[in-house]
Ligand binder design. Structure first.
Ligand code: AHR
Length: 326
């Protein structure tokens, strides 16, 4: 489905003129585009690669990027967005820390006639006119791919051969789109096999340290663990440290499934310490700058731009690693 800028102006920006819709007074003067980008934080290898992609792509496109790091706090992102509105940037882009609670600030951007592009994470709102488009992954599908691998490998994943596949889940940041959707997709698929059960589930906040701490607690409190499902590589890598410290062999004594496929995760996968990774690409910068230029120029943009992604086994990781960009 396509949204024309005319439709966007009417719907999203309250019927203003095309030129005013795409560019603020500040940016229109010399024809250059100013983008305000409110990043989630620097919680993971994925996020670092995403920030690099956005900063490098802005430079290549000649877009003046105002960048802020919210340290995984919604209130910080809201402050940044308000500051971008005050500065009259041409376009605001952000990756929302959590799904809900954005309507008020997005209404302010709409009143200021500044288009908003969502990247990586979506918002949960009834009013889709508050943003122009979303560029990023299908997180439900990522969870489904993780679940499908486990269903297909259920027998080998019943490590203690007691007829039950006990999974502990390391969730991403509470209330974030990837945590909610990766959980949902995984649960939907594993429900087809009654042997597979999630026996413990807690947030590790998408960080390596969080994954390690939660896994340490699981190893103490949850007697039989066959599988770890971590919502990202970093938490899986933290879990590996905890498993080794408990005298067990990650990937063998406890199977590990993660999401992202950043270099550190792929290295652990190739070494057999992780068993399966679902890819989530952080390289969204080029598409974002392209969309920003189109929105400002009054061209059509799709409502939804979904990233194409794959999955990796240990063999595939070993093959892909030499050319891995992030
Ligand atoms: O929103 C994408 C997720 O955020 C990545 O999977 C994770 O690593 C990051 O922190």
């Amino acid at each position: 489905m396509k949204k024309t800028l005319t439709a966007l102006c009417a719907l999203a920006l309250g019927g203003m003129s095309l030129s005013a819709c795409g560019s603020s007074e500040e940016g229109a003067d010399d024809g250059s585009i100013t983008m305000g980008f409110a990043q989630v934080g620097a919680e993971s290898g994925w996020r670092t690669a995403n920030t690099t992609s956005i900063q490098e792509s802005a430079k290549e496109a000649g877009i003046d990027l105002k960048f802020s790091d919210a340290q995984q706090k919604q209130e910080n992102q809201i402050k940044s967005i308000r500051s971008y509105i005050q500065q009259k940037v041409d376009v605001i882009a952000f990756s929302p820390v959590v799904e809900t609670g954005w309507d008020a600030v997005l209404q302010e951007a709409k009143r200021a006639k500044i288009p908003v592009v969502l990247t990586d994470r979506a918002v949960d709102t009834e009013d889709t006119s508050l943003y122009v488009t979303f560029i990023g992954s299908d997180f439900v599908e990522e969870g489904e791919k993780a679940g499908q691998w486990l269903v297909d490998n259920a027998e080998a994943s019943d490590v203690d051969k007691d007829g039950a596949v006990n999974v502990v889940e390391l969730q991403g940041t509470t209330g974030s789109a990837p945590a909610l959707d990766r959980k949902k997709g995984f649960e939907d698929v594993i429900s087809s096999d009654s042997k597979i059960k999630i026996t413990a589930s807690q947030t590790g906040d998408f960080t390596r340290d969080g994954g390690k701490q939660v896994m340490e607690a699981f190893l103490q409190s949850t007697p039989k663990i066959d599988v770890v499902y971590a919502h990202n590589d970093d938490m899986g890598l933290g879990a590996i440290e905890a498993i080794k410290a408990a005298g067990k062999k990650p990937g063998t004594d406890i199977k590990i499934i993660t999401v992202d496929a950043v270099k550190d995760g792929m290295t652990a996968l190739a070494a057999g310490e992780i068993n399966f990774i679902v890819e989530c690409s952080p390289l969204l910068g080029e598409q974002l700058m392209d969309v920003a230029e189109k929105v400002v120029a009054g061209e059509e943009v799709p409502d939804l731009i979904v990233t194409e992604e794959t999955t990796f086994t240990p063999e595939q990781a070993a093959e892909a690693l030499p050319d891995r960009k992030y």
